[in-house]
Design a protein around this ligand. Structure first.
Ligand code: ADP
Length: 403
């Protein structure tokens, strides 16, 4: 017999596999964990079972296949798979223009994910490794791909096109795609319910601030613009990514540093943003502590981060035409009251004024709201991408069975 409610969520990256096992009737996972540093001697597996206990153990066999087998053995040992799975949901980074919603994995979907691989050469192949492995181990269990880009497929053409020769779009698919779609979709849906906004008449800006950062303009449930673009490098200042820069800087850096374009792009992705500016850390907690102790470079990194975010939030109001709510989510958005305050101090033009106490309590006890009464609503809403993937997986499988 198959348990009608058990969904395994898999996020297979280039050197890691994250997993969560849900009973879809409850939001807290039955078990979750991470196999990290795969392919190296430092590979390890970290488990959380029902929040009751967590433990970490080294992995002697370090391939994705071995890690997934170890995860499944652990779930079986804990008697969590006794009734079988309803389905498996895979996080897939890039769905290009082929996928505007989640999809049951079959030959056509698989080929589509392969076709999108040139757009995400590090991520999509790693996602496929997870799909291959789980399909071999569970050939009769439905599997669903949930795409990071799908939610932004509603962007209008004038928002997703770059002002480049048009054939670069038609021949090579060079356009803005946007990422963090599962998070923006989930958080915006929560915001509509929590803040009692009109389901068919609302304008929200969602700022997802984790290691990667992006903001999205969401009108009546649809994304109409977002800050990330062709890749997650565009837009806001992030942990280690630069966000927007003048593209001419690339050529200038290649010449001055005597580096290849790949090496320079790597600098933009891995040693820029908060890390590059502060020269010490990409972690907002460390930077806040350092800035409080007088580290000027850390304060500068925070100032650039907040200024760029405020400017992008204001810009996203243009397509929305009005602003009903600004939502903060992600590790920084949910926990860093000082960052929210610094960003919002620069947004008085949008009638944004925070309530200091509610902000310091991260909206707990005020239904997420951290704004003053009679000003534009600002709220903290925790994201939960895994739970959203589990829900999307269940929904897709149910639709598939009933059609
Ligand atoms: P990822 O994008 O990897 O999922 P997270 O959403 O976990 O990342 O966010 C990581 C960021 O959140 C880091 O910069 C971290 O410093 C920051 N963060 C987490 N907790 C806090 C906190 N209490 N105060 C300030 N920043 C925090």
């Amino acid at each position: 017999m198959t348990n009608k409610n058990l969904v395994l969520v898999i996020n297979s990256g280039s050197s890691s596999v994250k997993f969560s096992l849900f009973d879809t009737r409850q939001r807290t996972p039955l078990a979750s964990g991470l196999a990290d540093r795969l392919g190296t001697k430092e590979a390890y597996l970290k488990w959380n079972i029902s929040r009751a206990h967590s433990f970490e153990s080294p992995l002697t066999k370090t391939s994705h296949l071995s890690a997934i087998k170890t995860i499944l053995a652990g779930l079986k040992n804990a008697a969590l798979l006794d009734d079988g799975l309803m389905g498996i949901g895979h996080r897939v980074v890039h769905g290009g223009e082929l996928f505007n919603e989640s999809a049951i994995i079959n030959k056509k979907t698989y080929k589509g994910i392969e076709q999108c691989a040139p757009l995400a050469p590090l991520h999509n192949p790693a996602n496929l490794v997870g799909i291959d492995t789980l399909s071999d181990l569970f050939p009769n269990t439905p599997q669903v791909a949930v795409f990071d880009t799908a939610f932004h497929q509603t962007l209008p053409k004038h928002a997703y096109l770059y002002a480049l020769p048009y054939n670069l779009y038609t021949d090579y698919s060079i356009r803005r795609y946007g990422f963090h779609g599962t998070s923006h979709d989930y958080v915006a849906t929560q915001a509509v319910q929590q803040l009692q906004l009109a389901p068919n008449d609302h304008a929200i800006i969602c700022a997802h601030l984790g290691n990667g950062c992006s903001a999205a303009a969401i009108k009546d449930g649809e994304s109409i613009d977002t800050t990330m673009g062709f890749t997650p490098l565009e837009g806001l200042c992030m942990g280690t990514r630069s966000g927007d820069i003048d593209p001419s800087i690339l050529q200038f850096m290649c010449k001055k540093l005597n580096k290849t374009i790949d090496e320079v792009t790597n600098i933009l992705n891995t040693s820029s943003g908060l890390l590059g500016l502060s020269q010490t850390s990409n972690d907002m907690r460390n930077l806040t502590t350092a800035a409080q102790k007088g580290d000027e470079q850390a304060q500068l990194a925070i100032d650039v981060f907040c200024y760029k975010l405020a400017k992008h939030i204001a810009a996203l109001c243009v397509p929305l035409g009005k602003l009903d709510a600004l939502i903060f989510t992600g590790g920084i958005g949910e926990n860093a009251a000082n960052i929210r305050a610094q960003v919002c101090r620069q947004l008085a033009i949008l009638n944004i004024y925070l309530d200091e106490d509610h902000n310091n309590q991260h909206g707990q006890g005020s239904n997420g709201l951290i704004s003053q009464t009679n000003t534009t609503a600002v709220a903290v809403i925790p994201t939960d991408e895994e739970w959203h993937i589990a829900q999307a997986t269940e929904q897709r499988i149910n639709q598939n069975t009933s059609s």
